[in-house]
Design a protein around this ligand. Structure first.
Ligand code: AMP
Length: 216
């Protein structure tokens, strides 16, 4: 059992790899992006405010996401937690350290998924997911076998994210390089960082992550 952070720019494959770990290792995925997308559809004032910020590609305030994670750290996680898209700022990283200490957990590894920027753009603009089971597809790289029907669960409910547009992506990349990339140095200095090649085949990336986990 291990608690890990998946770190990397938008489109690096954090969500895809996290879902595999959930299936294969009974880990619990804590994706602040997923939690915020859920809040967006809640019809509350907070949901409306969050939607405005997210759809443009800006970061939501630290206090909101730290609060979301704090609530979820009560979840039973026999295989450990996967933090996906959190922390994204140094303040969030410090808060995570404190929260983990408070619940008696340790952070066992931080895995940076490395990709190049051009590949990211191609991956993100064209991405869609199954609204029912969360399987991820792409218009050119990995379309569904039958148009509009999920290969995994047969659902017709295909979704595109409101922030997977070129404009929002530019803002998200900027937020990544300005606010999140300093975490690479932060965790490296703590001796917790491992890097994997995110441009490799999906199975090879999963294999590289598994190696880090087995050592953690
Ligand atoms: P993601 O699904 O991880 O790409 O997140 C989608 C969007 O949700 C981001 O572009 C931010 O607007 C917001 N978000 C997700 N996680 C965080 C976080 N840890 N801190 C601030 N904003 C976040």
């Amino acid at each position: 059992m291990a608690n890990i952070i998946l770190l990397g720019p938008p489109g690096a494959g954090k969500g895809t790899q996290a879902k595999r770990l959930v299936d294969e290792r009974a880990m619990v995925q804590l994706s602040t992006g997923d939690m915020l997308r859920e809040a967006k559809t809640s019809g509350t004032e907070m949901g409306r405010l969050v939607a405005e910020v997210m759809d443009k590609g800006h970061l939501v305030t630290d206090d909101i996401v730290i609060g979301l994670i704090e609530e979820k750290l009560q979840t039973h996680a026999p295989g450990g937690y996967i933090f996906d898209g959190f922390p994204r700022t140094l303040k969030q990283a410090d808060a995570l350290g404190e929260l983990m200490a408070r619940v008696g957990e340790t952070l066992d590894a931080v895995i940076e998924i490395k990709v190049d920027d051009e590949a990211l753009k191609a991956r993100i603009v064209g991405r869609y997911t199954c609204g029912n089971c969360g399987a991820v597809y792409h218009d050119t790289n990995h379309p569904t076998k039958l148009a509009g029907i999920c290969d995994v669960c047969g659902s017709h409910d295909m979704k595109r994210r409101a922030d997977d547009t070129e404009n929002a992506l530019r803002t998200r990349m900027l937020a990544y390089y300005r606010d999140t990339s300093p975490l690479i140095g932060y965790y490296y200095a703590k001796g917790q960082l491992s890097a994997v090649d995110g441009l490799a085949e999906m199975d090879a990336v999963a294999g590289a992550i598994a190696k880090v986990l087995d050592k953690a």
